[in-house]
Design a protein around this ligand. Structure first.
Ligand code: GRG
Length: 373
């Protein structure tokens, strides 16, 4: 059900004018970051989003509280949240640190300590990263490690070709990717490898055409994508497939109106988004759905005020942090995706994000404007 005031119109918005001196930073940023990966991406990420509006009805973003919450979780190594995240600590580092950067507070942590810890999760023999010190390598953590190093502008600590060889070596004959040596295949891993290689300027190490063909084989009749051919459409997998197609300049494989309809129908009565039909709204889908809609130029089919209000209602305004739904316990994952969702809606004083690379736009710009690792 579509519950917004901005009903889909099937209007195709065109914005193909070349960049010019004096264009807004966002226009330049969107173009440079999204074209950098492979040349002809049609993304116009931030260009279609209306100027920032007052989104205060669900309360303001308690930015300072969220910063304090993230820094505290990081320090309390024996807390419940730290313990349940033990095996995915590198993902947690990416979520927490990207949130800090979005809120202009990356300097709340010691960069040297973070980088030292990231590198202690590295496996020099394989070129991959584990989720924590002593854990086996997997592409899931390798992307997070690369993204965190991008945040701190410290890709120089990597043996870039070794890392790129690790992820590219996981491509299978049919173009799909395994997550590690044990062979699980999932479109999440297609996105992860493509994103990692693009950030490292090493996309040429895989067979991009086969990778794209495989992703297209996971497209469903409803316009969405699943984890494998025939797999149910799910907003998380859709982000992965649309993101990978965007980075490789292959968005022409998507029926934008069909997928846009499916995605905007994820908005529930209360304003939040779910990940597939008949499921509950969850703050994290603010990212998975909105980023996908931006990449296919259909973000104006969502009622952004209602969504922002839903996210803001999920804040713990006393102790910081954001939960999946109002009144639930907060965690780092939902704190990140809540703030990232607000960023995609141009919430005031939150840095803009790149919908394909899932990093702040200035970070992505820095990487693609200064090539050459
Ligand atoms: C760099 C942002 C970024 C991502 C890296 C790991 C990855 C690539 C993407 C994951 C995409 C994905 C599958 C997200 C969905 C996560 C989620 C909330 C799954 C829950 O699924 P269910 O079935 O929940 O338990 P629902 O909401 O369907 O009931």
């Amino acid at each position: 059900m579509f519950t917004g005031s901005t009903r889909p119109t099937h209007r195709r918005v065109r914005d193909s004018a070349p960049l010019a001196v004096g264009d807004s930073l966002e226009r330049r940023a969107a173009a440079s970051s999204l074209l950098a990966g492979f040349g002809s991406s049609t993304l116009r990420a931030k260009l279609l989003v209306p100027p920032a509006r007052a989104m205060g009805e669900g309360g303001e973003l308690a930015a300072e509280k969220h910063v304090r919450y993230i820094v505290t979780v990081e320090k309390k190594k024996d807390s419940f949240e730290s313990l349940v995240m033990e095996h995915i600590r590198l993902n947690g580092a990416y979520w927490g640190l990207t949130t800090l950067d979005l809120l202009h507070k990356l300097d709340a942590v010691d960069a040297g300590e973070v980088i030292q810890w990231i590198m202690s999760c590295y496996h020099p023999e394989s070129g991959g990263f584990g989720g924590n010190v002593g854990h086996d390598p997997h592409v899931l953590y390798t992307l997070s490690a690369v993204q965190v190093l991008c945040l701190f502008d410290r890709l120089d600590v990597l043996d870039v070709d070794k890392v790129a060889d690790y992820v590219s070596g996981l491509q299978n004959e049919d173009g799909s990717f395994s997550g590690d040596i044990w062979g699980e295949v999932d479109t999440r891993f297609s996105y992860i490898v493509i994103c990692t290689l693009a950030l490292l300027h090493r996309l040429h190490k895989i067979n991009v055409q086969k990778a794209v063909d495989y992703i297209v084989s996971c497209k469903n009749l409803d316009g969405g994508f699943g984890a494998m051919p025939g797999g149910e459409s799910h907003a998380g997998q859709i982000f992965c497939c649309v993101g990978a197609l965007a980075i490789t300049g292959s968005l022409h494989h998507i029926d934008r109106d069909l997928l846009g309809w499916w995605l905007c129908e994820r908005q529930c009565k209360e304003g939040g988004l779910n990940g597939r039909p008949e499921k509950l709204a969850d703050v994290c889908y603010s990212w998975w759905v909105l980023s996908s809609l931006i990449m296919i130029d259909r973000v104006h089919w969502i009622d952004k005020d209602k969504l922002a209000k839903f996210i803001l209602n999920c804040q713990d305004k006393e102790n910081g942090g954001i939960s999946d739904r109002p009144d639930n316990a907060v965690d780092i994952y939902h704190t990140y995706f809540g703030v990232a969702g607000l960023s995609l809606m141009e919430y005031p004083r939150v840095k803009p994000m790149d919908p394909a690379y899932a990093l702040p736009l200035d970070v992505v710009n820095r990487i693609f404007l200064r090539k050459g690792y």
